[in-house]
Write a protein that binds this ligand. Structure first.
Ligand code: ADP
Ligand code: ASP
Ligand code: MG
Length: 407
């Protein structure tokens, strides 16, 4: 049985008209001989609106209750899409994550998929139904409803496709993966293919087009992902093993920018060898992703540490830092939320030197101060002042040939 998992994002199901159009696309695939499983996100900005409601009640809403609230968004879109398919004369059935036993870890708002029970899906497919599944949600061992983190429906789709041995197609409001978010670099180029490794880097560095863990999972199962537009029949992008064929010549495949991070600087920490692992151990325990770290020993034998974390984790970070201040009087800390993290990514960097130098040069020539830097084999990230974000993106895009000529 040929099965395809198709995922439609929030904008794609943003109105009832669009939901009907999505139903037509699904029907086309079904008529082409596929059994179709569909993962959908909440309609339009529904998740953001639910978060706003919660924030009107509490500054820090209970995570369990947040998940209970946010998962309702997807319950609306799956039922409407099933209705649309049924209204067009096709059999369809919708399921929440709970109903399908999409088993996850119990960390609310950041849960990870452990397993999916596919018997219900298989049975419905055998009955010739289109199966419509709520993305972004699952259920923990304690029977609590969980969510996978913002943008997590991509991960639901990949997990289900991997489990079913199905093909996986991600439909969204852009017609493929570009060298850079086309909203930020106007002349960004669409890529025909991109490797898992590069896409993972781009996703984790701010290319919101794919949820990082979805690409990670696809890589693990060597499941090719096809990313294309819901609204146009243009050829999209394959995310697959190996990436671009001319990869030897391409130094930088793409770039990403994130405004989601903030910088924390802690002054006057004791310069003991245990300080860093204790400090970052506490961040890790809270599942806070510490990204860039720089450290400096002062003349007085103390240590200053600067690092970046997601802005969303500030409240939890403050709890950790306040605890440290109580235990280690004399330390001070400051935060900076007005930063942008800009990164360039490319497998070609493995074999070519000089990318960092070129990047620093173009920023220096334009008097854009670099506050922090990190590199890996295939990426370089710089933190700069948020005010220079778009200017820097255009300068870097030009330097590494990431744009096409504008008409
Ligand atoms: P969906 O709701 O379908 O999951 P998202 O908003 O999560 O859609 O992702 C699509 C958006 O990702 C695009 O509108 C685009 O602005 C943004 N984006 C960021 N980086 C890229 C990139 N490199 N290529 C294409 N789109 C990107
Ligand atoms: N609806 C969720 C969100 O807005 C999940 C998703 O769209 O993938 O983050
Ligand atoms: Mg998304």
């Amino acid at each position: 049985m040929k099965i395809v998992v198709q995922k439609y994002g929030g904008t794609s199901v943003g109105t009832t008209e669009r939901i009907k159009k999505v139903a037509d696309r699904i029907i086309k695939k079904k008529e082409a001989g596929y059994h179709v499983v569909v993962i959908v996100s909440a309609m339009g900005k529904a998740t953001d609106e639910l978060i706003t409601l919660a924030k009107e009640i509490s500054d820090s809403p209970a995570p369990r209750e947040m998940d209970m609230l946010l998962t309702t968004g997807e319950q609306v879109s799956i039922s409407l899409l099933s209705m649309a398919l049924i209204a067009k004369g096709y059999s369809a059935v919708s399921f929440t994550g709970y109903q399908l036993s999409i088993q996850t870890t119990s960390l609310h708002q950041k849960a990870r998929i452990k397993d999916i029970e596919t018997s219900k899906v298989m049975q419905a497919l055998e009955e010739n139904k289109v199966v419509v599944v709520a993305g972004f949600q699952g259920v923990s061992d304690d029977n609590d409803i969980t969510t996978l983190g913002r943008g997590g429906s991509d991960t639901s789709a990949v997990a289900l496709a991997a489990k079913l041995g199905a093909e996986c197609e991600i439909y969204t409001d852009v017609d493929g993966i570009y060298t850079m978010d086309p909203r930020k670099l106007r002349n960004a180029r669409k890529l025909d293919v991109i490797s898992y490794e590069e896409m993972m880097e781009m996703a984790s560095l701010g290319a919101g087009v794919m949820h990082y863990r979805a690409v990670e999972l696809a890589n693990k199962y060597k499941l090719p992902l096809y990313v294309a537009s819901t609204f146009e029949d243009k050829k999209g992008t394959m995310i697959e093993y190996g990436g671009q064929k001319e990869m030897e010549e391409t130094l930088v495949t793409g770039m990403a920018s994130s405004l989601d991070d903030m910088q924390i600087t802690i002054l006057n920490l004791p310069a003991a060898s245990t300080t860093l692992y204790k400090l970052f151990g506490e961040f890790a325990e809270e599942e806070i992703n510490v990204d860039m770290i720089s450290q400096m020993i002062t003349d007085g034998g103390n240590m200053h540490v600067s690092f970046t974390i997601p802005k969303d984790d500030l409240k939890t970070a403050e709890k950790i830092l306040n605890r440290w201040r109580e235990e280690t009087p004399g330390i001070q800390w400051e935060t900076n939320t007005e930063i942008a993290k800009i990164s360039v990514v490319g497998l070609g960097m493995r074999t070519h030197a000089g990318v960092a130098a070129k990047l620093f040069e173009v920023l220096a020539e334009n008097k854009i101060e670099i506050k922090m830097v990190t590199t890996s084999e295939i990426k370089i990230s710089c933190v700069i002042d948020k005010a220079f974000e778009i200017q820097a993106i255009n300068l870097i895009g030009n330097t590494f040939g990431l744009g096409s000529e504008l008409e």
